[in-house]
Design a protein. Sequence first.
Length: 78
Amino acid sequence: MQYEIDKIIEVARELKNTGSCPASTGERIAAAFVLNQMEYLPVAYQDVVEAWERLGPQWQSYVKLIKDCHMDLIEGEG
């Protein structure tokens, strides 16, 4: 898997298990969308549309790929 996808999965696992994670803004936004838990969005991106747009097309595609094919790597944890 690409590094970015692995990193988003890692951040999503940590957020799911602990509720916090020292991740970049983009990683945290992507993980929030993967988990479908908007409470994990960074404070500066509480608007869901603004947060989604912040990701851009490439990272949006990572979120979709993870949700379609790799949720078992997150849900199996914890």
